[in-house]
Write a protein that binds this ligand. Sequence first.
Ligand SMILES: [Zn+2]
Ligand SMILES: [Zn+2]
Ligand SMILES: [Zn+2]
Length: 254
Amino acid sequence: MKITVLGCGTSSGVPALGCDCEVCRSDDPKNQRRRVSILIEQGGTRLLVDTSPDLRTQLLDAEITHLDGVLYTHAHADHLHGLDDLRSVNFNMDRAIDVWGSQATLDIVQQRFGYAFQPIGSWWSRPSLNAHILTHGTPIEIGGISVLPFDQIHGRAVTSGFRFGDVAYSTDVKELSDDSFGALKGIKLWVVDCVGFEEHPTHAHLELTLEWIARVKPERAVLTHMSHQFDYDKLRAQLPQGVEPGYDGMNLEV
Ligand SMILES: [Zn+2]
Ligand SMILES: [Zn+2]
Ligand SMILES: [Zn+2]
């Protein structure tokens, strides 16, 4: 299984507009973070998680013209509002795209982007998506990739974490239930929320993320949804073995 980190930045992206801190002014490409998204590939099947507002450049950089499906973690703007750029994927594939999310997530997606779920003619004047509802705790299979969605508490929202075989993705999470820790048991790679050094109302901060990693014990953990509080090199130097910050374009294999 191949995982590509398409974006690892918090909702504003890094640099943040109008900020002149050291990280926002940094020339290091690893300090330039698009909004979060990952790509999962195995045996010719390719799944995208979330459609960030940076989707167009993410698709261009990773040369993604075809997708076998899109999974939504939740409907916050930084995970959803690039949806229109799926139109170019529709155009390249000449067919509709299957998308999955919890009932609560898809309700908002369909309310906000209803036109993407309407029948369409032969010309891709707008995105065309088929919605499929996921139930947390019930695994599904998409083109040979097993997907286990699980509950994550994200302030007032519940987000979907995903386990794909030995890999799990947990963005936008502040609390995990014992059941969700159960879903993570035995994973080799965990791409996990870590917004900054300071405690945050809806996201895990460094101390909490490291506590979770110590409990789950993946072979490798990669931090995501990172704000400008983190300089890549400085953070990397202070993390325990097996834990590293993500960066846009990072390729992982399990
Ligand atoms: Zn987010
Ligand atoms: Zn800054
Ligand atoms: Zn969110």
